[in-house]
Design a protein around this ligand. Structure first.
Ligand code: IMP
Length: 442
């Protein structure tokens, strides 16, 4: 059985906790894309574990966790995370596998990410400055350096030197000091020796596991709205986030996936720039941000907050054939007198239906005569749209201790059912607090 967990919004939906729960029975837990721009927090017995690279399933006894081909690795972050688990007494040589095809985030990638953001000035994208866009750009332009090269030291040094010479020229045009590779060679050497026993051909591991009908749990990072092709480019991340990325980033054929779980946070949040149609400001936004501790796991930035945007979530679910929903952080909405949910959008205060297309409205023109769908919009269009909300009554009761659906306040039940009916996909998990056991399976 192969299961996939993906974020259906702008990341930070609470996937880490859902993966941790599901990982209990898994044989393999696999990260297949992204890098340490992702941040997953898992809470076990009151202790918080923030992950960036190592799959969240590592805290469960049974699974082996795999950093597969599509993941990009920052040496410092990997070393730090490994040290945490080793301190806890874990034998990582048995527990962790790393693909030789993973690309390395090099020091110049981080410097360039920062330099581009500075140069963009007020148009900055709000990246995590972890070098993610740059490492993937080098990957597709054949300039990347992988774990494979790292384990062939002289080849690695040669490639590192060559790339650094070129990248230093670019850095200097931004007025940034050049990188000296001697500063970094000891870090890479240490990493190479440390991970050598963990680097294995993940393709054969997966083929064997599939033929033996083992349980494989695929842990998506970020959220579909940040997908490099289908998100609001350029306010996206550099990897693809949708279901098809499983095949590209791990070699596991996506046809083999049986359960595709879309994780939906009960409201919206995002870090970074770009349009967020249901964005909220003022008291309600602050209430949700503080109660939900909506600050970036990776950067600590306060997250932007919005009401649940169902057309966006629906688009995400359609793109990835989501067939099960896990709703997270519903407890954060307790105490609000009313809750809004976005059902559709209007352009300039009017419904688009039946109107002739205004000139220069980009791809949105194709939607005239039909309903405006999230999928038709680029960021220029989305900025002009206003959400059409359904207002639902809230509930006062705190629900973090509730473990049965019918013990939830009636209005909370109605809210959850409303989401299910809109998406036409069964809600199968409801999470009511960060703790591992604070969830209900339906
Ligand atoms: P990058 O991935 O660091 O290049 O950042 C590109 C955009 O994706 C920025 O808006 C980031 O804030 C956002 N982003 C990347 N990863 C995550 C994530 O795991 N959660 C939320 N936002 C993310």
């Amino acid at each position: 059985m192969i299961k996939l967990v993906i974020g259906s919004q702008w990341g930070d939906e609470g996937k880490g906790k859902i993966v941790d729960m599901m990982a209990e029975k898994a044989d393999l837990v696999v990260r297949f894309h992204g890098g340490n721009n992702a941040g997953h927090t898992v809470v076990v017995n009151g202790r918080k574990f923030p992950f960036h690279l190592i799959p969240s399933g590592i805290l469960q006894k049974k699974p082996i966790v795999i950093i597969a081909d599509g993941v990009v690795i920052d040496p410092d972050v990997l070393m730090e995370e490994m040290a945490i688990f080793e301190k806890m007494g874990m034998n990582l040589k048995k527990k962790l596998v790393i693909s030789p095809r993973c690309h390395l985030i090099m020091p110049y990638h981080k410097e360039l990410d920062q330099a581009y953001e500075n140069a963009r000035g007020k148009n900055k994208l709000g990246t995590t400055k972890r070098g993610i866009g740059q490492v993937y750009a080098d990957k597709v332009s054949y300039n990347g350096i992988r774990i494979y090269e790292l384990l062939n030291w002289s080849l690695f040094v040669e490639k590192f030197k060559f790339q650094t010479e070129i990248k230093n020229k670019i850095l200097m045009t931004f007025g940034v000091s050049p990188i000296k590779i001697e500063t970094y060679l000891p870090i890479f050497k240490k990493l190479a020796e440390k991970i050598r026993p963990m680097v294995r051909n993940t393709f054969s591991i997966f083929q064997k596991a599939i033929s033996q009908k083992k349980q494989i749990l695929l842990e998506g990072a970020h959220g579909v709205m940040l997908d490099n092709s289908f998100g609001l480019y350029p306010y996206v991340t550099a990897s693809n986030v949708i279901e098809g990325e499983v095949n590209i980033g791990s070699g596991i054929p996506s046809k083999k996936i049986e359960e595709i779980w879309g994780v939906v946070k009960a409201y919206t949040s995002r870090v970074g720039g770009g349009p967020l149609p249901t964005e909220l400001f003022g008291k309600t936004a602050d209430y949700i941000r503080e109660k939900g501790y909506e600050y970036g796991t990776t950067t600590g930035r306060p997250r932007r907050i919005g009401w649940l945007d169902l057309p966006a979530v629906k688009f995400a679910c359609q793109l990835s054939s989501v067939n099960r929903i896990a709703i997270t952080k519903i407890d954060i909405l307790s105490g609000l007198s009313q809750i809004k949910v976005c059902l559709s959008y209007k352009l300039n205060g009017k419904s688009s239906k039946g109107r002739s297309p205004p000139k220069g409205d980009g791809p949105l023109v194709q939607t005239f005569g039909r309903k405006i769908e999230f999928s038709h919009c680029g960021y220029l269009e989305l900025e002009k749209l206003t959400p059409v909300y359904k207002i639902l009554p809230g509930w006062k009761e705190e629900i973090t201790k509730v473990r049965k659906f019918n013990q939830l306040p009636k209005n909370c039940q109605k809210y959850l059912k409303f989401i299910e009916n809109y998406l036409k996909i069964k809600v199968k998990i409801i999470s009511v607090s960060p703790e591992r056991e604070a969830s209900m399976y339906l």
